[in-house]
Ligand binder design. Structure first.
Ligand code: M6R
Length: 614
């Protein structure tokens, strides 16, 4: 992961780098650093921990450093070497004249390190990145040309990278390149910016070039030259970013996560507004670029995703199979890419990703594209790498999600799957119209139902208070809400560090039941419908082992009070649509438990919002 920024121009460099890094904190936050030219030398400052520590370090010399004319910065999510000051970027060569920041993983760093050590390079850190600094410096010694040095060095590198390189003797110049990691160049008046992502530069410019793999760009205040890997000159494709400069605010909420949970009713409304014009009207999904004939011919759908997006995909499978009778496989991208998968031109491959930058999912969709499958991407970032690779792009339009724990983007992905399933079903014409109209009716009133849950959140807060000292949690469900159990447990794990696991309720007695005793809360997702009675029986089995029982239910059955120690009530909802509703109390439960425990809710330890490494 990691975020990188760079600037060359006349504005206060340090302010731009720090502000840019703050916008990239979602990519990592275990350490950070900057390097700028100062008194004809490159000076580097690094700090362990949050960006504020770097700000504090620089504070006494901030004014002086701000007069620099070029610089680079980095915010880290550690891959090689623990998150400490030495391993923080930027990294430099022996003499300190050449300095780089890097996002990605250098897979052959051990071989490179051995070779470079034999050439006299002294390594200070445990990172893979430092090899790149030494390698480029070594090539610079040979060619005395920074872009040539970068070009030659990257030919020897295996792995993924976005790189910014500066050299003390090549004034007012930043050389940048990338392979399988995002990098964007911003163009201003007599200035250039570079960053891992748009939010870092959008407040300064909307004119930008998305660097493509293996391209090398040389940036000075007044020029941008673009080359391919063999240094043939290219014409940059300048785009106008469809973004507004935004200041992200918590709007009075204590954390971004709580704010984003509260945005969910509007997120659902927004998606529906464009696509569902009336419950008797067919769904409009012009974004799907498959023809009607191609849609009818689909013999299989494969969905690849990671983490929360994977859980959305599991609900997607359920709904597509129910409404369209097309077999759907859902697989973590990281597994999908390392086995032989059977796909052909009648297979639709769907990549689901909040960020659109998840490395495993990018690899998965690229592999399928090479096998001629149509690639449909469901993402919250229509400007992302996955979006650019897609044949059909379904943007979920949830708005920027700051909290590392995904909430509103999950609900938006779910709604997108419902719309897609109904759209395909309507084209197939096999499903009876009333069923589809009923689902649409239910979708339309969902935002109000979510609002009702949010309006009664004190009950969930009380539940959180009661169980916040538990060291383990089990979530059980069946059918379409099995994914909800997994997602609820993931939310709790991510932000409270409590060991929470989701199980299909019927599986409890095949092993996990051995763990149950009076210290273990079991949360049953007990929504009215086909499997209600089954989950009830499974809950009885857990109760008989003295587990502390919590129900999340839309049922009015008074008898539930005998079985459950705590009941979280949600409005009545059709079973097929229930995952969009049932996840909301679980997000809140995880939030309030983490908050009671005093955890860093928006930036939990060891995580990052965008996982750009395999
Ligand atoms: O950006 P993506 O949706 O592809 O990210 C996938 C996972 O890394 C992500 O969902 C992760 O599990 C979140 N932290 C969930 O809250």
């Amino acid at each position: 992961m990691c975020g990188i920024v760079g600037y060359v121009g006349e504005k206060p460099v340090v302010d731009i780098l720090l502000e840019g890094l703050s916008k990239l904190e979602y990519r990592g936050y275990d350490s950070s650093g900057i390097a700028v030219n100062c008194d004809d030398k490159i000076e580097t400052y690094k700090a362990k921990g949050k960006l504020q520590n770097l700000r504090n370090l620089i504070e006494p010399i901030h004014g002086k450093l701000n007069k620099s004319s070029y610089g680079i910065g980095h915010i880290r999510w550690a891959t090689h070497g623990s998150p400490n000051e030495i391993n923080a970027h930027p990294h430099s060569c022996n003499c300190g004249k050449l300095v780089i920041v890097h996002n990605g993983i250098i897979e052959n760093f051990k071989q490179l390190k051995e070779m470079l050590t034999n050439c006299g390079c002294e390594f200070r850190s445990q990172t893979d990145t430092e090899t790149v600094a030494h390698l480029i410096a070594h090539k610079f010694g040979e060619y005395n040309d920074l872009k040539k040095a970068v070009s030659e060095a990257t030919k020897q590198i295996e792995g993924t990278y976005a790189l910014c390189v500066i050299h003390q003797d090549v004034k007012d110049t930043i050389v940048v390149t990338k392979r399988n990691a995002p990098l964007i160049i911003g163009i201003g008046e007599n200035e250039h910016y570079v960053a891992s992502d748009v939010p870092a530069i959008i407040q300064y410019t909307k004119k930008a070039v998305y660097l493509e793999d293996n391209q090398i760009a040389v940036l000075t205040p007044s020029t941008m030259e673009l080359f391919d890997k063999n240094l043939n000159k290219l014409e940059p494709k300048v785009e106008i970013l469809p973004w507004e400069s935004m200041s992200l605010s918590k709007m009075g909420f204590k954390h971004f996560m709580l704010k984003e949970i509260h945005e969910q009713p509007d997120v659902v409304r927004n998606i529906l507004t464009d696509k569902l014009t009336g419950c008797d009207e067919p769904i409009q999904l012009n974004e799907v670029k498959l023809t009607k004939d191609e849609l009818k011919k689909l013999n299989r759908i494969q969905v690849v995703a990671c983490g929360t997006s994977l859980h959305a995909a599991m609900v997607g499978k359920y709904i597509i199979e129910s409404l369209c009778s097309i077999p759907v496989d859902v697989e973590p991208s990281s597994e999908y890419i390392y086995r032989k998968t059977v796909t052909d031109e009648n297979t639709l491959v769907i990549g689901v990703s909040q960020s659109g930058e998840t490395a495993d999912t990018i690899t998965a969709i690229r592999q399928s594209k090479a096998r001629n499958s149509h690639i449909l991407v469901i993402t919250n970032r229509p400007d992302s790498t996955m979006a650019r690779d897609a044949d059909s792009l379904l943007p979920v339009n949830a708005g920027i999600e700051v909290s590392v724990a995904a909430t509103k983007s999950y609900v938006a992905q779910l709604v997108s799957f419902y719309l897609l399933a109904i759209y395909i079903a309507e084209i197939q014409g096999k499903m009876d119209k009333d069923t589809l109209t009923n689902i649409k009716n239910e979708l339309v009133i969902l935002p109000q139902k979510i609002e009702m849950i949010l309006a009664h959140k004190e009950n969930i807060q009380a539940c959180a208070r009661m169980y916040s000292n538990s060291r383990n949690f089990i979530y059980i469900a069946r059918g379409i809400n099995y994914a909800t159990a997994l997602e609820g447990a993931l939310k709790l794990k991510e932000i409270s560090y409590i060991n929470a696991t989701g199980y299909p309720a019927g599986e409890l007695k095949h092993g996990p039941i051995a763990m149950l005793d009076e210290t273990l809360p079991v949360l049953s997702i007990l929504m009215s419908g086909m499997v209600y009675d089954k989950i009830l029986s499974n809950s009885e089995e857990a109760k008989a082992r003295n587990a502390k029982m919590i129900a999340l239910t839309d049922s009015d059955d008074e008898n539930l009070k005998e079985l459950f120690d705590f009941i979280i009530k949600v409005p009545k909802v059709q079973e097929l649509v229930s995952p969009i509703l049932s996840i909301v109390p679980l997000q809140l439960l995880a939030y309030y438990i983490a908050e009671f425990l005093g955890k860093d809710v928006d930036q939990p330890r060891n995580l990052a919002k965008s996982v750009t490494v395999e």
